[in-house]
Ligand binder design. Structure first.
Ligand SMILES: C[S@@+](CC[C@H](N)C(=O)[O-])C[C@H]1O[C@@H](n2cnc3c(N)ncnc32)[C@H](O)[C@@H]1O
Length: 263
C-alpha cells in the first residue's frame, strides 16, 4: 500500500509512538475511510489500544470482536488453547471462566465445532462482548462471579475448563504498559497480593464442575506456577506445569481423577 494517505498516516502514527506504524496504518485504512477513519486515527493517536480502535483482534486463528474496556486477548494465551484442544473431543462440554471477550471459548469452538460451550464473566461489558462472539457458534454466556452463574446441570460434566483469570500481583500493575493500565479495567488483571487470589478460588470450585478425567487449564506467570500447582493439588487435582518459551507462556493443567460429590 503506497499512497499519500498511507504515507501520511504512517508519519502520524510514528510521531504518536506507534512502533508498528506501517502495519497499523494498513489496518486502519482497511477499517474505515473519510471522517470515520479520522475518528479512529484520533483515538489511536490519543493512546487507545489498536484492538479497541479497530474493534477486533486475531487470536488463535479466529477473529474476536472487541469492545473498549474489554481485556485484549494476549497471543501467549494461544498456548493454553493449544493444550486444551489436545484433550478435547468433538462433543465435550467446555466452560470458559473469566471469559472476557470469549476468545478462548471461541477458538475452541472453531477447532471442535461439536462442543457444548459455556462462558462467564463478572463484567457486564465483557459479557455483552462475549455474547456477540459466542452466539454465532452456539455458546451460552453467563453473568456473575466466577462459577456462580453456571447452570447446576453442568456439575460433574465439564470436560475442559479454561480460565485465564486475573493474575498480575497488585503491586506490579503500576509496571504494566500504559495502554493496558489506562484502557483495561484493573479488575481484568489484578490477582491480589501474589496474583493468585482467583487461581485459589478456581482450585476450590473446579472439582465440583469437572467430569472424572476432566481438566482445568489456567495461565500463570512462571514464578507463580509452583504455588498454583500446590493450590490445585490441595483441592485434589493432578496438576502439571507446561511452558512455551516462544510464547513466554506458562499454563497449569490439572485433571480431576476422582469422583466429585455431585457425580
Ligand atoms: C485477564 S482477563 C482474561 C479474559 C479472557 N479470558 C482472555 O484471556 O482474553 C480476566 C477476566 O476476568 C474477569 N473477572 C475478574 N474477576 C472475576 C470474577 N470474580 N468472576 C468472573 N470474572 C472475573 C474480568 O472481567 C476479565 O474479563
Amino acid at each position: 500500500m503506497k499512497t499519500a494517505a498511507y504515507d501520511d498516516l504512517v508519519l502520524r502514527l510514528r510521531a504518536a509512538g506507534c512502533v508498528f506504524a506501517e502495519d497499523e496504518a494498513r489496518l486502519l485504512l482497511d477499517a474505515a475511510n473519510g471522517s470515520l477513519l479520522e475518528a479512529l486515527v484520533a483515538r489511536r493517536v490519543a493512546g487507545q489500544p489498536l484492538e479497541h480502535v479497530v474493534g477486533w483482534v486475531d487470536f488463535a486463528g479466529v477473529r474476536v470482536a472487541l469492545d473498549p474496556g474489554v481485556f485484549i486477548p494476549r497471543q501467549r494465551t494461544t498456548f493454553l488453547v493449544d493444550l486444551a484442544t489436545e484433550v478435547l473431543t468433538g462433543d465435550g462440554v467446555v466452560v470458559d471462566l473469566c471469559c472476557g471477550s470469549g476468545a478462548l471459548g471461541l477458538a475452541l469452538a472453531h477447532r471442535r465445532p461439536g462442543i457444548e460451550l459455556h462462558a462467564a464473566d463478572l463484567d457486564p461489558e465483557a459479557v455483552a462482548c462475549a455474547r456477540r462472539n459466542l452466539g454465532p457458534v452456539g455458546g451460552t454466556v453467563h453473568h456473575g462471579d466466577l462459577d456462580a452463574p453456571l447452570p447446576e446441570r453442568l456439575r460433574g460434566r465439564v470436560d475442559v475448563l479454561v480460565a485465564n483469570v486475573p493474575y498480575v500481583p497488585s503491586a506490579d500493575i503500576a509496571l504494566m504498559p500504559p495502554e493496558s493500565r489506562d484502557h483495561e479495567p484493573r479488575a481484568t488483571v489484578d490477582g491480589g497480593a501474589d496474583g493468585l487470589d482467583v487461581v485459589r478460588r478456581l482450585a476450590a470450585i473446579a472439582p465440583g464442575w469437572l467430569a472424572p478425567g476432566g481438566t482445568v487449564f489456567v495461565e500463570t506467570g512462571t514464578d507463580q506456577a509452583p504455588p498454583a500447582v500446590a493450590a490445585l493439588a490441595s483441592a485434589g487435582l493432578d496438576a502439571r506445569v507446561h511452558h512455551d518459551d516462544d510464547r513466554d507462556a506458562t499454563v497449569v493443567a490439572s485433571t480431576w481423577r476422582g469422583c466429585g460429590p455431585w457425580s
